[in-house]
Design a protein around this ligand. Structure first.
Ligand code: PNS
Length: 163
């Protein structure tokens, strides 16, 4: 049986921290579905379609066993629909663990068949978050080396387009 995992998140934008976790997940699973949450409640920098396109462009050539999808509703329901055995989440710190634990336990209560696997972030990406990237970028700071070059380019294009 092929081992399939879901790596869910907002990915607004994709960072090198996400890429590190995806690489680690690919060592453990035959197929990794990067699942972008469609969340109309949040005001994102990139639309879901833009994120799907960017993730395909960036991850496609590097990770042939990664698939980019979107989902709405309960994550565990989506995991069952995809026939995934596991949910991947990255942890950078104890604070992340505290944020993840209630979700892990709730997801387990909702569906005990789906296991959450926590992967510890690489030291050099452990301070990177999408929100920090957006803040530094919006204030004119450099984000080179913290997100893939393609993402830097797309963020610059957004600014140029006045969005
Ligand atoms: O990268 P993020 O924004 O921290 O990801 C959060 C995410 C997408 C994992 C979480 O919001 C989620 O699973 N949302 C789907 C709705 C759901 O299942 N909620 C119950 C979780 S216990």
């Amino acid at each position: 049986m092929s081992r399939r995992a879901i790596y869910p998140g907002t990915f607004d934008p994709l960072t090198n921290g996400h890429v590190d976790i995806i690489a680690r997940a690919c060592h453990l699973f035959d197929e990794v579905i990067v699942a972008i949450l469609v969340n109309p409640g949040k005001q994102p920098m990139f639309t879901v379609d833009e994120r799907v396109e960017m993730l395909n462009e960036e991850l496609g050539p590097r990770f042939p066993r990664v698939r980019i999808e979107t989902f709405e509703g309960l994550l565990v329901d989506y995991a069952m629909k995809c026939e995934a055995q596991a949910i991947i989440r990255g942890v950078r710190s104890v604070k992340d663990y505290e944020y993840e634990l209630p979700m892990i336990l709730m997801n387990r209560r909702l569906n005990p068949l789906v296991e959450t696997v926590l992967l510890v972030a690489a030291e050099d990406t452990s301070y990177i978050s999408s929100s920090l990237i957006k803040e530094v970028f919006s204030l004119g700071g450099t984000i080179d080396g913290l997100v893939p070059d393609l993402i830097v380019e797309r963020m610059n294009n957004k600014i140029r387009a006045g969005l």
